[in-house]
Design a protein around this ligand. Structure first.
Ligand code: PMP
Length: 351
């Protein structure tokens, strides 16, 4: 399979935007090519200049942590941007289709709708695993991508590794594995499989374990042809200089991040146990992520009770297969205690 053949027709011949600096940066000291303010910036010195379009310093630092070469790494304005660019680069509107596996992360569908690309939904099985037979039936010659979220949002479980491997071995389009929550999972990343499958795309993000949701920085790891195509269609300066600088600084703090991951996982397990003991909680689903899906007697009532007490969770009760469920992010120890306190029925006041 040639990845280039998967591209959307107009992208095959797209001439990407280029700058004079792409070619000659190393040789020059005077930059009069990009209509910037040559005098300076009211902020840090280099902010008057456009940022490195390929973010090589940042990718180099990420590569040291992830073990993925920089030419196999794409950075997006959140992984949401990578999702959108995958549609724009690979899917012909009105012709191609993609497969999504509900209940799952909402942006796969929203991005498809924005890009006018047909989606084919194959529900997860009641145990939130893949329905391989139905997936195989849904695939046709125009199926360009399949989105597998593992650990899955909002259900929290990891998808069986052998099922994902079956899809990788058989599907000719792009297999996009969204590993936004991988740092909290017992299951290990598919990064090691990148060298084996040119059509594997792995999404990860700095928004969850890394605690940098506000910076908007997501990663896509894939084969060279996929990364080259994403670079061709991305906006020229999609990762701003402040994000590049701050993310580089953050990467020095991996120990802190690893400590938070440990606490989050232990709090997830403690909170799951406490939730399971509450009378209004019917079921707590096992989680490999930093949130818990819990089925309660009266989801809307419980949601509103929490809002009244200043606690916001995510109401997923209308989502198919998640009927009656709330999705609860694991908070700090104090926040989790507060949640349980608010949800614990008060004994009637004696008198
Ligand atoms: N993938 C999944 C599964 C998510 O849950 C989210 C955010 N909720 C994202 C991607 C988006 O991540 P980012 O902040 O990097 O755009």
């Amino acid at each position: 399979m040639d990845i280039k053949d998967l591209q959307r027709e107009n992208i095959k011949t797209l001439k990407p935007y280029s700058t004079a600096r792409d070619e000659f940066k190393g040789q020059a000291s005077v930059f009069l090519d990009a209509n910037e303010n040559s005098f300076g910036s009211p902020l840090p010195a280099n902010y008057n200049r456009y940022p490195d379009p390929l973010q090589l310093d940042l990718k180099d630092a990420i590569s040291k942590i992830k073990g993925v070469p920089i030419e196999n790494t794409f950075l997006g304005n959140g992984s949401d941007e990578a999702i959108d660019l995958l549609y724009r680069a690979f899917c012909n509107p009105g012709k191609d289709n993609v497969i999504i596996l509900p209940p799952t992360y909402g942006m796969y569908e929203v991005s498809a709708n924005i890009n006018d690309v047909e989606i084919r939904k194959v529900d997860l099985l009641p145990n939130f695993q893949l329905d391989l037979e139905k997936i195989a039936e849904a695939i046709d010659a125009n199926t360009k991508m399949i989105f597998i979220c593992s650990p899955n949002n909002p259900t929290g479980n990891s998808i069986n590794r052998t099922d994902i491997e079956t899809i990788l071995a058989n599907f000719k389009g792009l297999v996009v594995i969204d590993e936004a929550y991988i740092n909290f999972a017992k299951q290990k990343t598919f990064i090691q499989e990148l060298t084996e499958y040119a059509n594997l795309v792995i999404l990860q993000t700095f928004s969850k374990a890394w605690g940098l949701a506000a910076l908007r920085l997501g990663m896509a790891f894939s084969s060279r042809p996929v990364i080259d195509i994403l670079n061709k269609v991305k906006p020229p300066y999609n990762i701003n200089q402040a994000t590049q600088d701050l993310a580089l600084a953050a990467l020095e703090n991996i120990q802190q991040v690893n400590d938070w991951i440990k606490i989050t996982v232990s709090e997830r397990d403690r909170l799951s146990n406490l939730l399971a003991k509450l009378p209004m909680v019917k079921k707590v689903y096992p989680s490999d992520a930093n949130f818990i899906l819990a089925q309660v007697d009266d989801a809307l009532g419980t949601y509103n009770l929490l809002v009244d007490k200043g606690i916001i969770v995510r109401d997923r009760s209308k989502v198919s297969l998640c009927e009656g469920c709330l999705r609860i992010t694991v908070g700090t120890v104090e926040e989790n205690d507060e949640l349980i306190r608010v949800l614990t029925p008060q004994p009637p006041k004696g008198g």
